[in-house]
Design a protein around this ligand. Structure first.
Ligand SMILES: NC(=O)C1=CN([C@@H]2O[C@H](COP(=O)(O)OP(=O)(O)OC[C@H]3O[C@@H](n4cnc5c(N)ncnc54)[C@H](OP(=O)(O)O)[C@@H]3O)[C@@H](O)[C@H]2O)C=CC1
Ligand SMILES: CC(C)(CO)C(=O)C(=O)O
Length: 321
């Protein structure tokens, strides 16, 4: 299998790096840019991880996709606001058999990929569980979460013929990831799992982006923690109104997950807010707000977060580097 990791930031660097570290027959290429590209070219890609450090000094990384290579699988590991440009570049490298797997957070990433020009037959849905960041150029730091990728088709998106073609590819990718010491789940219909991940990350992303504090501070401030729990309850009502099956234990598991993550945990949206960069506000907060409006729900905490963050991130956009 020949893999392309499009976007060598936290997620792309970690999971692509592990695939490269444990590769047998497969080839793993990377797309990066700017100082990250220069640092990886000069010093290699370093993973500083609670699961073991490694330095990948032999790595095929470039700024643009080599159009002469036909990739079997392209993982997309950019932020949602970078997706349109990424797809414009990826489309050129897609052969008839290429499968594209987005690892972004969000409930409508597949629809965005289609709107930007990919076809449903080319897409396998996916998402990542891990807490990692770019610690310095060329250095990915994994501080929490057991690295996990969930893969699967969506019943509404794929017909049976597409499912039959994509299933063995998903299984091969899962085997390669497992060999690379990444846990993998495969879902027959990934829709509810995508929502479950969204419910875990989005309320926390909203609150952490507002208060700009690590999880320990959010947990130890009773009012702040209550806000997070109430916001989560509102997101769950939105999911249910949108037809999602929210398993009774899910809410309990999300709350337990938030209790047990390392104290220094932050969300990637919060990191972007703190650094004055563009954010995934549209995907993680505005999408939920608009769904709440569509289903005529009352979501007072979400409405408040939406308004405050809209002001805050718009100010942040002015500093966008
Ligand atoms: N970090 C985490 O722990 C987790 C993140 N996620 C999700 O994964 C997704 C990716 O997040 P994360 O890895 O943190 O983000 P990062 O910003 O760390 O990584 C994205 C990388 O892609 C690069 N990139 C974007 N567009 C291009 C392009 N056209 N050409 C070359 N390089 C490009 C960016 O470069 P540049 O910096 O120059 O823009 C950056 O290096 C998000 O949806 C996030 O919500 C999910 C689970 C956990
Ligand atoms: C919260 C976290 C780290 C959990 O996986 C995440 O998905 C993100 O910040 O984008």
């Amino acid at each position: 299998m020949r893999y392309l990791i499009f976007g060598t930031g936290a997620i792309g660097g970690y999971f692509g790096g592990r695939l490269l570290q444990h590769k047998t027959h497969q080839q793993v290429d990377f797309i990066a840019r700017g100082k990250q590209l220069s640092a990886i070219k000069s010093n290699g890609l370093a993973l500083k991880s609670i699961n073991g450090n490694t330095l990948l000094s032999t790595i095929n990384v470039s700024e643009k996709i080599n159009d002469n290579i036909q990739y079997d699988v392209i993982f997309i590991a950019v932020k949602s606001y970078q997706l349109k440009q990424a797809v414009a570049e990826i489309i050129r490298a897609c052969g008839k058999k290429t499968v594209v797997i987005p690892l972004l957070n969000g409930i409508d990433i597949d629809n965005k990929l289609i709107a930007y020009g990919l076809t449903s037959k080319q897409i396998v849905n996916g998402f990542a569980n891990i807490i990692c960041n770019v610690n310095d150029y060329g250095i990915i730091e994994h501080i929490g979460g057991d690295p996990h990728i969930t893969l699967g088709v969506k019943k509404g998106l794929h017909n049976q013929q597409a499912i039959n073609r994509l299933t063995p590819i998903i299984e091969n990718v899962a085997q390669d990831l497992k060999r690379a010491q990444v846990n993998v789940s495969i879902k027959d219909d990934i829709s509810d799992a995508v929502w479950a991940k969204y419910l875990f990350v989005s309320p926390w992303a909203a609150i952490s982006s507002l208060v700009e504090q690590p999880l320990s501070q959010i947990r130890s401030n009773p009012q702040c923690y209550l806000l997070l729990q109430q916001l989560l309850d509102e997101y769950v009502l939105i999911a249910k109104a949108d037809g999602v099956t929210v398993a009774p234990r899910l809410l309990e598991n999300i709350k337990k997950g938030l209790e047990h993550l390392p104290p220094e945990s932050t969300t990637s949206m919060q990191n972007d807010v703190e650094q004055g960069r563009a954010t995934e506000f549209d995907t993680l907060v505005a999408s939920a707000f608009h769904l709440s409006e569509k289903h005529k729900l009352s979501s007072p905490i979400l409405t408040w977060c939406y308004s405050c963050l809209a002001v805050k991130v718009n100010a942040g956009y002015n500093n966008y580097k």
